[in-house]
Design a protein. Sequence first.
Length: 366
Amino acid sequence: MYDINKLLLNLVKNDYSEHLSDESFIVDCSLGQNPYGFNPDVNVDLDIFKTLDSYPHSDSELKKAIIKRFSKRVELNEDNISLTCGSIEALFSLNRVFMYKGKKVIGTAPQFTAVIDDIHIYEAVYIPVFLNKEKNFKFNTDDFLKTIYENHSSYIYIDNPNNPTGQVIPISEIEKIIAAAQKNNSFVCIDEAYGDYMEDDNSAINLIGKYDNFALVRSLSKALGAAGIRIGYIISGANFIKIFNKVKLPFAATSLSIYIGQQIVNSGWEEFAKKQSRKNKPVIRENLSAIRTSYTDDSVPICLYYVENKDINLEKVLIKHGIRVVTCEGYDGLGKNYVRINLNKDFNTMLECLKKADKELSGITS
């Protein structure tokens, strides 16, 4: 049909954002935005709307805010940073830089499905390194390093914290991967979309300048509570950013998003979400028996939940009890008995709904 790419015509996307339940719900625990919303201290001067008729002339102020954000960790300049339309544009643009038919791509499994969908469009060869269920899906560095050494000149994609488990891979292990990749002529993308939920000393930002074979991707959509303004950014060596800018969208950041973004990057809004998450995630574990949880970090509000019976559609059980979640059926290595759940600000209601679902799954009639 009109010479459209046949691969696209036949592609079935696993991206969970396209597979959310359309049934009614009480609490929404699906998409990964900050459970506690937008920073109430952000101010919008109405004069900013007078600029909406023009293309944004400069993103310098937001880049300066990002430089300030990490100034205690690394010396950056504006040439190290490129702004994107959400972190998803950064990830897709990186694919444009590196992908071609037959290109080997190494990644953990499970991890962010939209990136994997995009990799398949280029007919690249995706090589998943599965997180072992017997080890409760905890990341294993040795397994990953073995795969790197077996596949020279690969592209490596890792999200940290991991989506969907919410676990944080120690920076010492991330550095081992980047160092091994460098020896094997491979480039690494560290996707820290959820990175503001972990401590800065565990961020790959600390490795900028030490290695030239990786890029760090971050977002204002998660812990900073600004998914609606669609701002992400990539940090890497200046030479690589020049290459990256050849494929990114022009004017990816709007005047309004730049104006708001520079206020929230250093706002500290993520600390409230981290505190609440550390308080509430253990309570969920204590109140569930049939529903199990993966290895996770309690500062990160998402987590992988599952039941042992592979025939149970866990998403459907939970929506029946009022919770909308993300099915993990599209994640590599998982099935319909797995879901990803993000915390909700109405935690008590969320917990009660979960307990009712768990009671049903335990075979106890309400």
